[in-house]
Design a protein around this ligand. Structure first.
Ligand SMILES: [Zn+2]
Length: 326
């Protein structure tokens, strides 16, 4: 979100050390001008060599989050789609996926604009009901951001209505076959049983691993700015995770895809090739890129990694070129 070439290249190179070959550069909640700065810079780097992972496009993530489900994102930048000139943000040359909380005013119009622009629609940071998620699927939503994190469930919705008990985003995501989802498998956000539950219900073809990492990855413990530098929203890196300053809430992850792979392998006891699929082909499909990346096949890009017997990254190759060697 700093909007500089150096910042983008730094992210791409850090993630390559952890075995990522392609990533959707992901925005955070911020004022319009900073989101446009981010989009412009990302557009100039789409599919370009970076010395690390390449950027096939961006995930427009925020500002359309529900205030009650904003997590560590700052409240000032949050906005309803109905109050925002979002069409100028949905440039199909750079935006591949966009997130919205479906209960917000204007969410349906936003979904419609995404479909018209060929942008894939995710649901996230939402306290919607099961029914509202079903409606959003009818609008074209096909993926839900970080399962279990910043979303409604039966227990939360019960505070609003005595009976019947209702399902929320969590239950809808697990139940609806139309929706793929993802887990932050850093071993800090979610206990092993939740990773197991997600794997068991969605399966390796519909569950992706996501790093959700912020700038403190590969940095020493201590304070770090979350989002654009000039907004100065401080979070703390401690105990292998990002935390809010008071230490009471999670504030994104600080680890890469290798950590996610190892955690998922341990938690699910799934065979390594199925865990690898959740870190490669499944996310490629979620991003609509599985015809060119995501698996080793004749005609696809030569993206691959080499791991050792401890599942640490030895080498990362992008489009036939070595970008990292341990
Ligand atoms: Zn989030």
């Amino acid at each position: 979100m700093d909007g500089t070439t150096e910042a983008f290249l730094g992210v791409c190179r850090s993630h390559a050390r952890h075995g990522t070959t392609r990533l959707l550069a992901t925005s955070t909640v911020a004022p319009d001008r900073l989101i446009h700065r981010f989009l412009n810079k990302a557009k100039s780097l789409v599919n370009q060599p970076t010395g690390g992972a390449r950027i096939p496009g961006v995930h427009l993530y925020g500002p359309f989050f529900a205030p009650s489900a904003k997590g560590c994102h700052p409240s000032d930048g949050l906005v309803n789609p109905s109050e925002c000139e979002f069409r100028s943000m949905l440039d199909p040359a750079v935006v591949r996926t966009a997130s919205v909380a479906p209960e917000l005013p204007g969410a349906e119009e936003f979904a419609k604009a995404c479909m018209e622009s060929g942008v894939r629609l995710n649901l996230g940071h939402s306290h919607a009901t099961f029914h509202q998620v079903e409606q959003a699927v009818a609008w074209g939503a096909r993926h839900v951001d970080h399962l279990f994190c910043a979303m409604s469930d039966r227990a939360r919705l019960r505070q609003l209505q005595t009976y019947p008990m209702r399902g929320g985003v969590m239950e809808a995501t697990l139940c609806l076959d139309a929706l793929t989802t993802e887990v932050i498998a850093d071993g800090r956000h979610l206990a092993d049983e939740l990773l197991m539950l997600a794997y068991k219900i969605k399966g390796p073809g519909n569950l992706a691993l996501v790093t959700d990492a912020m700038r403190a990855m590969d940095c020493p413990d201590g304070p770090a700015v979350f989002g654009p530098m000039e907004l100065g929203e401080v979070v703390i890196k401690r105990d292998g995770v990002g935390l809010t300053v008071d230490g009471k809430a999670l504030a994104s992850s600080v680890s890469g895809m290798d950590q996610g792979f190892r955690t998922m392998l341990r938690a699910t006891k799934a065979p390594p090739h199925l865990v690898a699929r959740m870190a490669s082909l499944t996310p490629a499909r979620v991003a609509g890129l599985d015809s060119t990346i995501g698996s080793l096949e004749v005609g696809k890009k030569a993206d691959f990694i080499l791991m050792d017997s401890e599942w640490s990254i030895r080498e990362t190759w992008v489009e036939g070129g070595l970008v990292f060697k341990a």
